[in-house]
Design a protein around this ligand. Structure first.
Ligand SMILES: Cc1ncc(COP(=O)(O)O)c(C=O)c1O
Length: 376
């Protein structure tokens, strides 16, 4: 079965009783047990719920994994994954990751003696240099956020295997439609399902997918123990979003490429960061490990005033936090997604006041360009 078909026909089969093509929402907290000596498959919705299971089976199928877990947010998915670590463990993470991931690693897990070194993963030797005897996990984000830097995932996996590290990637920007890291040897893929998986800016959710039985049982232990599960109604929304994943990703990527090329030609744009552009430093690597480039890009204006003017004047783009929805979103990383990174760290990473991040939606690309163009 080809991937596009699998998106629609894996994990959430037609209801055998009534034939509904849409998975029912089992809005139940608990399930009646008919035989206390043989408890049923579902007992209590924190531990398992049929609608969540349909979503989890779908997510596992899309990432070519064997186990998936749906969480109440992307951060719940990421935190619950990191919670498999123990006191004294060391993490090596991509330097320009999502600000919330930076914050949870640097200000929360550190309280439990789990330390993190953030490195520029475009150079694999930085990973080797950061290794310590207690290093246990590599936390990757590629493309990274918000500068779309690309890590050679196969190379990172090779280092991790040599040093017995667990590899985790935040695959939110690409979605499994464009990038399937488990096929490249990564152990765990995490997602903010709020973004491309849900796709409609109407649900907050997260996902963890693996094909290791051992890691799966550790993650399930945290999911059931911490209990940051995704509710049935929200599972249904993500399932519905996934049905159009192919159409959305293809169309949004197409417009992102048009907009990136247009931005490149503007005299007031200093830099454009989109891995689909042939002169992007990670272009060849992403081509070798993914089937597309996604629909998120960033650009740097010549002045802060111009960046602010664009954000004040756009009419079609929403100025908002988040990405991956059908509506195009323009966001300001220094004040939004990366506000939790200290200003001096941000500057070192290149996340400056002139940087704008775009998440391209389903509107007409020409209209989106006109909306950006009219203002400078
Ligand atoms: C790449 C990435 N990972 C994780 C998250 C966190 O996801 P959520 O907001 O669903 O908790 C985000 C949110 O913006 C994100 O962009």
């Amino acid at each position: 079965m080809k991937y596009a078909t699998r998106i629609l026909h894996s994990g959430c089969e037609v209801d055998p009783d009534v034939g509904a093509l849409s998975t029912p929402v089992y809005q139940a907290s608990t399930f009646q047990q008919h035989d206390v000596d043989n408890l049923g498959k579902y007992q209590y919705s924190r531990s398992g719920n049929p609608t969540r299971e349909a979503l989890e089976n779908t997510l596992a199928a899309l990432e070519n994994g064997t186990h998936a877990y749906a969480f109440s947010s992307g951060m719940a998915a990421i935190s619950s994954t990191l919670a498999i670590l123990k006191q004294g463990d060391h993490v090596i993470a991509t330097a320009d990751i999502y600000g919330g991931s930076y914050r949870i690693l640097s200000s929360f897990f550190s309280k439990f003696g789990i330390t993190t070194t953030f490195v520029d993963m475009t150079r694999l030797e930085n990973i080797e240099q950061a290794l310590r005897p207690e290093t246990r996990l590599l936390f990757l984000e590629s493309p990274s956020n918000p500068l779309l830097r690309i890590t050679d995932l196969t190379g990172a996996v090779e280092i991790a295997r040599r040093h017995n590290l667990i590899t985790v990637i935040d695959n939110t920007f690409m979605s499994p439609y464009f990038q399937r890291p488990l096929d490249l040897g990564i152990d765990i893929a995490v997602h903010s399902a709020t973004k491309f998986l849900g796709g409609h800016s109407d649900v907050i959710g997260g996902a963890v997918i693996t094909k290791s039985d051992e890691l799966a049982s550790q993650i399930y232990f945290v999911q059931n123990g911490f209990g940051a599960i995704l509710g049935p109604q929200d599972c249904w929304l993500v399932l519905r979003g996934i049905k159009t994943l192919k159409a959305r990703m293809e169309s949004q990527q197409q417009s992102a490429m048009i907009i990136a090329k247009w931005l490149k030609k503007q005299p007031w744009v200093v830099d454009v960061y989109y891995p689909g552009l042939p002169d992007h430093p990670g272009h060849e690597i992403i081509r070798s490990q993914a089937t597309g480039f996604g629909a998120v890009l960033s650009f740097r204006t010549d002045t802060v005033e111009r960046a602010k003017r664009i954000m004040k004047n756009v009419r079609i783009w929403s100025v908002a936090v988040s990405l991956g929805g059908v509506e195009s979103i323009l966001s300001y990383p220094v004040m939004m997604s990366h506000a939790s990174i200290p200003p001096e760290e941000r500057r070192k990473l290149g996340i400056t006041d002139e940087l704008i991040r775009l998440s391209v939606g389903l509107e007409d690309a020409g209209d989106l360009i006109e909306d950006l163009e009219a203002k400078p």
